[in-house]
Ligand binder design. Structure first.
Ligand code: ZN
Length: 144
């Protein structure tokens, strides 16, 4: 699990404007001074989700889903909180130095192909001795 320090999370949160981040996922409507969008967390038709640029939070008044910019990305993308932080950091070009778990192949798999080839070549030489050519070899060996 990637670990990101709290102060870095706060810094990314300060850099990321929630209206810009949500705007990358959904069309945002401006209604007077408030921003609204269709809630992606319930079957919404009227824009029920409002975005507070002052508080940098979102809140749906129908299904009650709300939170900050990270929680939006977390819920929308169905990813972990830390993955959402990394994603938002990328969106705002914040240089985040996090070692995310990468898929590494087990060490043994590098050798398994080699063993397979080796095993096949052993089987092949055994087969060769029993084949027609092998019979000649055996006859030759008997004659001696
Ligand atoms: Zn909703």
């Amino acid at each position: 699990m990637a670990f990101i320090k709290d102060e870095i999370i706060q810094e990314i949160r300060r850099k990321a404007r929630i209206e810009d981040i949500i705007g990358q996922y959904l069309p945002i409507e401006k209604k007077g001074r408030s921003l609204k969008c269709v809630c992606p967390f319930h079957d919404d038709h009227d824009p029920s989700m409002s975005i507070s640029t002052d508080k940098q939070i979102f809140k749906c008044f129908v299904c009650g889903t709300g939170g900050n910019v990270f929680q939006f990305v977390e819920k929308f993308e169905k990813i972990s909180f830390y993955e959402a932080v990394v994603k938002v950091a990328q969106m705002v070009n914040y240089p985040l130095d996090v070692a995310l778990p990468t898929q590494e192949k087990p060490v043994d798999s590098r050798f398994s192909d080699f063993y397979k080839v080796l095993n096949e070549s052993i089987l092949y030489s055994q087969f060769q001795l029993e084949s027609v050519d092998g019979i000649h070899v055996k006859e030759y060996l008997h004659k001696r």
